[in-house]
Unconditional design. Structure first.
Length: 255
């Protein structure tokens, strides 16, 4: 397991739900005997933050600017796209799944990205690169699990595997190095719509020419009355959105 990955995610956990609400509330509880007014304020603020972030309408408001940055590719015009390769980013592994004989497989987010990448690869007849390491351990890299799922589920073979990266920035750097030796400069980049702004910034910084191909939009879904009621699933989406906003800020600061 990568120590840098572990520390980064531990810090991120403190900035994201539910800890970004629970930590102020806990601090407030500890301050109650000496600073009752401040303590009550922190407790109320912490739980109010969790309440707000648990509504789908709030999650979609946080996601919408991310997802609207790059529009979906027009389906009818896919065949006319000019590019040298399709690059698909990993979105998580399913470690040691018993129903797959314990061989590491892909999680739902990765499968969504692979589905769209397979469509593009077949439509354009272009080679595919899959990228993702194994920062959290496991027997196989994310790229290896993606290669297997891509072949098994969609009948597409990945030409290149980038399996040494721990994060999106390393995905980009390692991919650029790998493809540069193959004379590939123009890529179609496949990832979730909410992940695309950070991904495009990382890949363009390497000098690659990037055509964004976002998939799996969330904020475009119509709202229902349930979306104004706090739910655990909405808290997950708020966490995804905040993770991207914080990541974009850090990337901008660390250029």
């Amino acid at each position: 397991m990568s120590l840098a990955w572990l520390l980064t995610n531990a810090v991120a956990a403190c900035l994201l739900p539910p800890l970004n609400g629970l930590l102020p509330a806990l601090t407030g509880f500890l301050l109650l005997p000496r600073r009752p007014r401040l303590g009550r304020c922190l407790i109320g603020s912490g739980f109010a933050l969790l309440f707000i972030l648990s509504m789908q309408v709030v999650a979609q408001l946080l996601l919408k600017p991310l997802e609207n940055r790059y529009p979906a590719l027009p389906f009818a015009a896919l065949a006319s796209i000019q590019a040298d390769a399709v690059v698909v980013l990993g979105g998580g592994r399913y470690l040691a799944p018993p129903e797959f004989d314990g061989r590491d497989d892909v999680k739902g987010h990765t499968l969504q990205r692979l589905r769209y990448a397979a469509l593009l690869a077949k439509t354009l007849n272009k080679p595919v690169l899959v990228t993702g390491g194994r920062p959290d351990g496991g027997a196989s890299s994310e790229a290896e699990a993606m290669q297997s799922a891509l072949r098994r589920d969609f009948g597409v073979d990945a030409r290149w595997l980038e399996s040494a990266s721990d994060n999106t920035r390393e995905n980009a750097r390692n991919t650029a190095h790998l493809l540069g030796g193959q004379g590939v400069r123009r890529i179609i980049l496949v990832t979730h719509a909410w992940h695309m702004p950070r991904s495009v910034a990382a890949f363009e910084a390497t000098g690659l020419s990037v055509l964004p191909a976002p998939t799996a939009y969330v904020s475009s879904q119509p709202l229902t009355p349930l979306d104004f009621i706090p739910r655990a699933s909405a808290l997950d989406w708020s966490s995804v959105a905040l993770h991207e906003w914080i990541g974009m800020l850090l990337y901008a600061l660390c250029r």
